[in-house]
Design a binder for this molecule. Sequence first.
Ligand code: UD1
Ligand code: UDP
Length: 349
Amino acid sequence: MKIISIVGARPQFIKLAPLSEKLASDHNEIIVHTGQHYDFAMSNQIFSDLGIRNPDFHLGVGSGSHAAQTGDMMKALEDVMVKENPGLVIVFGDTNTTLAGALAASKLNIPLVHVEAGLRSYNRAMPEEVNRVVTDHVSEYLFAPTETASRLLEGEGLKEKTYVTGDIMVDTIRKNLPVAIEKSTILSDLEIEKAGYNLLTLHRNYNVDNPEILVNILDQLDMLGELIIFPVHPRTKKNIENTEISWKNILLTEPLGYIDFIAAEYYSKRIITDSGGIQKEAFILGHPCITLRTETEWVETVEAGWNLLVAPSDNDICGKIRSFEVPAKRENIFGEDVSSKMAEIINTI
Ligand code: UD1
Ligand code: UDP
């Protein structure tokens, strides 16, 4: 079958890699990159780290307002879909790329798979929430990463279309962690010690676009008095530069490649983030995670005691981090060999 896989943002390349590898033997997969992320560190570096071949189409859409970016992507994606006439389109996650791909495919009546279906934060201030809800409701095949996601889809009348596959990012990290441990030089590059630092990422609009919140988070984290390695997302970089403040315990770096980043996760003492994917990776690796949000889609990690939600406006972020302790054990929430399960389902379409 001819399949179009649509990606555009960093976490989507990481979700694409293992599935693309599995589809290669039985299908003709066409990879389309919308160009939503375009900095070397956000795109090419990740493709190269994961050995993903160059996209067959690069739409070069770039940044813009939500409507402008999504609209430009839809037009360009429609052209590719009309030209290629695929039997199936696959979209990943919850970005504007996901929404554009889902709407373009569904209007052309092309069957659509949504990888990472059924996530909800119930916070409509997140653009991702709108993207997820719409994408789930126009898809024919909903690949739910967890039982919770499956239940939420059932609650929205989508049970018949739901397949609980597990989370695809498990496959990416399992395959690449041994490579990262063997090859990454990130500790020596940054002159840091194993377990001698916290790893931080921030990019949610409501955390980084409001200078007061962003400065509160970084001031509080600085007070922890421990080294914090902070690979800065481009959205966040602009906003930090505008504050003209610096923090003595926080070491800012460019975004890391995937191999270096998972090595940095693996050797960290704890992970502090507002990223969706990084909450999961922290759990998979068995590291305490502090999520600077008031809610999360990955509720199982919180219920299991491995992920602590702390509001970005909290005036005791530092104290909450210090007193957070994780339990001795954790269950497997996200599954195993997820890409094979997905490929098996796709083979029946
Ligand atoms: C997007 C997704 C978010 C996902 C995140 C992963 C949407 C609405 N948001 O957020 O769900 O968690 O990607 O990282 O789709 N920029 C650059 N270089 C780049 C990319 C972005 O400088 O390569 C800057 C631009 O100023 C841009 C801003 O970052 O305006 C935001 O980029 P955008 O892709 O719109 O949203 P993200 O915050 O990256
Ligand atoms: N990541 C990376 N380099 C970095 C930060 C993150 O390779 O400097 C990877 C990380 O391992 C995870 C993914 O990017 O797999 C998460 O993407 P992001 O936080 O941008 O988006 P989200 O998951 O929140 O949508």
